[in-house]
Design a protein around this ligand. Structure first.
Ligand code: NAD
Length: 491
C-alpha cells in the first residue's frame, strides 16, 4: 500500500491533521493507497509558498525560460505517460487506453503554452490627447488554485495549470478526493523539470476541509474550478467575498441532433460515442439524442442493436468498451435516474439495469441504457446523470430542434449531424452552447476555447485567449509634458 504525502514548496510533507484516507480501485475494489487529508494549516502553507515563489524566483525568470520549463514538463509527461495513465485508471476506472491517450495529449498543453509564454504582448494605445504615452502591460494575477473532479484529474488540471504558469502565475492543485494519486505522481516531475519551489503545489483532501480555506486565503487570487454546480455555486460565492477572479466549468445536458440528411453510419457512431465514451462520465456527454421524426425509428433500432454488443468489464483489458462507475455515489445516482425515467413514462429499449457477475470484478457497472419516448420536460431530459444513460427525443424541423435543444439550464456543448450547409449554419448560430460540433462529437484541443453558456459555467479554457484569463491588464500613463500645472494656480 502506498502512503502519499502532500507536495508543498517542492517538498513532500505529512498533512498537519496527521490523517490519511484510503483510495480504492473502482473495478477490483482493492484499497491501494492512502491519501493525505489536508486542512486549513496545509492550505496556508501552500498558499504562502506559492505567493513567495510568485514574488521571488518565478517572477525573476524571463518568459522564455518559463516557457522552456513548461516544455520540459511536457517531455517528462510524455516519458511517464504509461505510468501516470495506469495510476489514474486505477483510481477512476476509466479505460486504460482512453486515459493513456488523454495523458499523452496533456503533454501538448505544456508544449503549446510553453511556446506561448514569450509571445504574450502588451500594446500601445492611441490616445485622445497629446503629450502622453499610454500602453497596456499584461501581468500575472498571482496564486491560482485549480480544483478538479474525479473524471479526468490530470487533463483537467493541465487545462488550468499550463496557461496559468505560461502567464507567470504559481499554482496550487486540489484534485478530487477520489482521484488524487495521479497528480501526486505528476508532482514528482515538477521537481525533475526544475521548477522553483512553490511554483506548483499539490494539496489533497476534502473540499470543505482544504479547498475552502484555499479559496478564502488572502494570497490566492484566481480560482479555476471544474466540477458539479453545487460545489461551483458555493465556491463562486466564496470567491466573490474576496473579489477573486474565477472560472467555472460545470455540468451539461448536451443535445446531439441528427437530421435525416446526415451520413447515417457516421451519425450512429457519433451518437453512441457521444454518450457511452468514458461510461458517460463526462461533462460533454451527448445525453439528449434528438432524432428527426423521419428517421427516428430506424436510427433508434440501429443504436439499440449496437449498444447491446458493448462489452463491459476490466478497464485494463483492451477489449473493454464500458468501465465501472467511478464511485458508489455515482452508480446510485445513475440507477436512481433509470428509476425516475421509467416512472416518468420513458421507454427503456436497452440496458436499464446494473451488471453483476463474473467479469465485473467488484465494480459497480451500469449497462449502456437508452430511453426512447422522452419529452423535454422530463427530469431525464433536464438533469445531468453523468453515466451511460441516453434520452432519445423526436423533432420535426430545425425550429423545433433548436427549441428543444436550448430548453435547458445548461449550455456546454451540442452536436449537429447533417450534410446541408444551410442547416449546419442555422443550427450552429441558434444553439446556445459553448461548443458546437458538426458531423463530429467530443473533439477537443488546446488550441480552441472550451467552456459553457448559462449554468454550464463562466470563462473559457484553451486557446491563446485562455492565458489572458490568468492575467490583469495594467494601463501605464507616461507624460511627455514637462509642464505639470499647479492645481491651485499659485506659485
Ligand atoms: P464535485 O463538484 O463534487 O467536486 C469537484 C471538486 O470540487 C473536487 O475536488 C471536490 O473536492 C471539490 N469540492 C467539493 N465541494 C467543495 C467545496 N464546498 N469547496 C471547495 N471545493 C469543493 O464534482 P465531481 O462529482 O467530482 O465531478 C462531477 C461533476 O463535474 C459533474 O457535474 C460534471 O458535469 C462536472 N464536470 C465538468 C467538466 C467541464 O469541463 N465542464 C468536466 C468534468 C466534470
Amino acid at each position: 500500500m502506498t502512503r502519499y504525502q502532500l507536495f508543498i514548496d517542492n517538498e513532500w510533507v505529512d498533512p498537519h491533521s496527521g490523517r490519511w484516507f484510503e483510495t480504492e480501485n473502482p473495478f477490483s475494489g482493492e484499497v491501494w493507497a492512502e491519501i493525505p487529508r489536508g486542512d486549513a494549516v496545509d492550505a496556508d502553507r501552500a498558499a504562502t509558498a506559492a505567493w513567495n515563489a510568485f514574488e521571488g524566483p518565478w517572477s525573476r525568470l524571463s518568459a522564455s525560460d518559463r516557457g522552456m520549463m513548461l516544455h520540459r514538463l511536457g517531455a517528462l509527461i510524455e516519458r511517464d505517460a504509461q505510468h501516470l495513465a495506469e495510476i489514474e485508471s486505477r483510481d477512476n476506472g476509466k479505460l486504460i487506453r482512453d486515459v493513456l491517450a488523454q495523458v499523452r495529449y496533456m503533454a501538448k498543453y505544456f508544449y503549446y503554452y510553453g511556446g506561448l509564454a514569450d509571445k504574450i504582448q502588451g500594446h500601445v494605445v492611441p490616445m485622445d490627447r497629446p503629450k502622453v504615452f499610454n500602453y497596456i502591460r499584461y501581468e500575472p494575477m498571482g496564486v491560482v488554485v485549480s480544483i478538479t473532479p474525479w473524471n479526468s484529474s490530470l487533463s483537467l488540471t493541465a487545462w488550468k495549470m499550463a496557461p496559468a504558469l505560461c502567464a507567470g502565475n504559481t499554482v496550487i492543485c486540489k484534485p478530487s478526493e477520489y482521484t488524487s494519486a495521479s497528480l501526486l505522481e505528476f508532482a514528482k516531475l515538477v521537481v525533475e523539470a526544475g521548477l522553483p519551489p512553490g511554483v506548483v503545489n499539490v494539496l489533497t483532501g476534502y473540499g470543505s476541509e482544504v479547498a475552502e480555506p484555499l479559496v478564502r486565503h488572502r494570497h490566492v487570487h484566481r480560482i479555476a474550478f471544474t466540477g458539479g454546480d453545487e460545489a461551483g455555486r458555493r465556491i463562486n460565492k466564496m470567491a466573490a467575498e474576496g473579489f477573486k477572479r474565477i472560472s467555472l466549468e460545470l455540468g451539461g445536458k448536451s443535445p446531439n441532433i441528427i437530421f435525416d440528411d446526415a451520413d447515417m453510419e457516421q451519425a450512429v457512431n457519433g451518437a453512441l460515442s457521444g454518450i457511452f465514451s468514458a461510461t458517460g462520465q463526462t461533462c460533454v456527454a451527448g445525453s439528449r439524442l434528438l432524432l428527426q421524426e423521419t428517421i427516428h425509428d430506424e436510427f433508434l433500432e440501429r443504436i439499440t442493436t449496437i449498444a447491446r454488443t458493448a462489452k463491459a468489464g476490466d478497464p485494463a483489458d483492451p477489449k473493454t468498451h464500458i468501465g465501472p462507475m467511478t464511485t458508489k455515489a455515482q452508480f446510485d445516482k445513475a440507477m436512481d435516474y433509470i428509476d425516475i425515467a421509467t416512472k416518468e413514462g420513458a421507454r427503456c429499449v436497452v440496458g436499464g439495469r446494473a451488471l453483476t457477475g463474473p467479469g465485473y470484478g467488484a465494480g459497480q457497472f451500469v449497462a449502456p441504457t437508452i430511453f426512447a419516448g422522452v419529452t423535454n420536460e422530463m427530469r431525464i431530459a433536464q438533469e445531468e446523470v453523468f453515466g451511460p444513460v441516453l434520452s432519445v427525443l423526436k423533432f420535426r424541423d430545425e425550429e423545433e430542434a433548436l427549441r428543444i435543444a436550448n430548453d435547458t439550464r445548461f449550455g456546454l456543448a451540442a452536436g449537429v449531424w447533417t450534410q446541408s450547409l444551410h442547416r449546419a449554419m442555422v443550427m450552429t448560430q441558434g444553439l446556445r452552447a459553448g461548443t458546437v460540433w458538426v458531423n463530429n462529437y467530443r473533439s477537443s484541443s488546446y488550441t480552441t476555447p472550451f467552456g459553457g453558456f448559462k449554468d454550464s459555467g463562466i470563462g473559457r479554457e484553451g486557446g491563446v485567449d485562455a492565458v489572458r484569463e490568468y492575467m490583469e491588464p495594467k494601463s501605464v500613463w507616461i507624460s511627455t509634458d514637462l509642464q505639470m500645472a499647479n492645481p491651485f494656480g499659485s506659485r
